[in-house]
Design a protein around this ligand. Structure first.
Ligand SMILES: Nc1ncnc2c1ncn2[C@@H]1O[C@H](COP(=O)(O)OP(=O)(O)O)[C@@H](O)[C@H]1O
Ligand SMILES: [Mg+2]
Length: 388
């Protein structure tokens, strides 16, 4: 990493959302020159990046030209033009994680086939090209309610997922190629973030437990350490390690799991990048997920993932009823509480349930962190002088 040692390393990040912003904040500690590409000129990462390039992550030419500007290219979202990445790779650009891994993960159908062919527990599934074929299989009794339908491509934050509990829900079916899977009786949703470098070193973060907001279907609170049994947590960590090794991946991989009503640990999906479920690591773990991603893609020794203090993370979401220029309420009251760390992403406009920031609450016990996090949730409101 000669270029790192001479403060001459150009790191490109495709898309400039909050994950890109926090990655750049870590990169700047090592004096890395950061390039970010995003179509939105007011994207969160622009304020911290060394260079901003306007361009679309799904557009071949934008991605190709951006890749030519940097020494190492990475991404903070899955929705990237893979053809452009492959061409860049064939021309010697260092892209991490590898475009082939991104291509697999972009498609939930390929992901499911990967789990199945490698003996990794996941919910039973079938692939479909159209809604019509799903309805036919329901009528034939091949599929039985309750079912979960997921678009193979493009879904995020619960968009692109439909839960069907009976014939009355048929109207919820989403158009396009999809995976239909058995609905799991979910006891807990957890995530394990794991990192691997070129040398093959692997480090995992402790499992974290997600609590979802039932209306928005977004992560509401994230708890670390989780309430898993030692056996469950070992299993999840083992599967995450097995997956990153099978993928021969360099970088950070977040693996989402369900724990079902029988206590079984089942893989849901994965993301080859820093993840919403790892925000707490900035303050509560010795090495943040962003620093770990840099260590992994630059083939540096991976950092320790020891927990410093128990933590609870809450997303700061746009309040219902407001859409437009942002006004934050309750920041000062929240900052008066010990252990409250506020992150505002810098999105200029709010809308209901938009992820505008997050708060990590650190405390000597998880119980007290939870109490404080609930207080913060009540205090911080993202409004606008414009009503929607
Ligand atoms: N097979 C399933 N059974 C029950 N609930 C599911 C299943 N698959 C997904 N879900 C629920 O839907 C949420 C979103 O699904 P996910 O595949 O993680 O999509 P996204 O890419 O939007 O995160 C999950 O976090 C979980 O709450
Ligand atoms: Mg998910």
């Amino acid at each position: 990493m000669e270029k790192l040692e001479t403060s001459n390393l150009k790191l490109g990040i495709i898309s400039g959302g909050q994950l890109g912003k926090m990655l750049i904040q870590e990169a700047s500690k090592w004096d890395i020159i950061t390039y970010v590409m995003d179509n939105a000129e007011d994207c969160p990462a622009r304020s911290v990046a060394s260079h901003y390039q306007k361009g679309s992550n799904v557009d071949f030419d934008s991605v190709y030209e951006f890749g030519k500007m940097v020494d190492v290219l990475t991404f903070e979202i899955e929705n990237v033009n893979v053809e452009a990445l492959k061409k860049l790779k064939s021309e010697g650009v260092n892209i991490l994680p590898d475009p082939g891994i991104l291509e697999l993960i972009q498609d939930k159908g390929l992901q499911k086939q990967f789990y199945e062919s490698n003996g990794i527990p996941n919910s039973p599934f079938k692939l479909y090209d159209s809604e019509k074929a799903i309805v036919e299989d329901i009528e034939k009794g091949v599929l039985q309610y309750p079912l979960v339908q997921k678009l193979r491509k493009g879904g995020y934050d619960g968009r692109g997922v439909a839960v069907l509990t009976g014939p009355g829900d048929l109207g919820k079916l989403l158009p396009g190629a999809s995976v239909v899977e058995e609905k799991i009786e979910i006891e807990k949703e957890i995530s394990v973030i794991v990192a691997r470098n070129k040398k093959g070193e692997i480090e995992n973060y402790p499992a974290v437990e997600m609590l979802f907001d039932p209306t928005a279907n977004l992560v509401d609170k994230l708890i670390c350490p989780s309430s898993l049994t030692a056996e469950q947590s070992e299993k999840a960590i083992r599967f995450a390690g097995k997956i990153i090794e099978l993928l021969d991946m360099e970088g950070l991989l977040a693996v989402e799991f369900f724990v079902d009503s029988k206590g079984e640990v089942i893989v849901n999906e994965m993301a080859p990048r820093p993840h919403n479920s790892g925000h707490h690591t900035i303050e509560s773990v010795l090495t943040s997920q962003y620093e770990q991603h840099l260590r992994a893609i630059l083939n540096l020794p991976l950092g320790s993932t020891k927990i410093k203090l128990p933590s609870v993370m809450v997303n700061i979401l746009g309040a219902e009823g407001y859409e437009g220029p942002v006004v934050y309420e309750g920041l000062s009251e929240s900052l008066a509480i010990e252990g409250v760390k506020i992150h505002l992403y810098g999105k200029k406009a709010t809308r209901p349930y938009r992820k505008m920031g997050h708060v990590t609450v650190l405390s000597s016990s998880l119980e007290s962190a939870l109490e404080k996090a609930e207080k913060v949730k009540q205090l911080i409101k993202v409004k606008s002088w414009k009503k929607s």
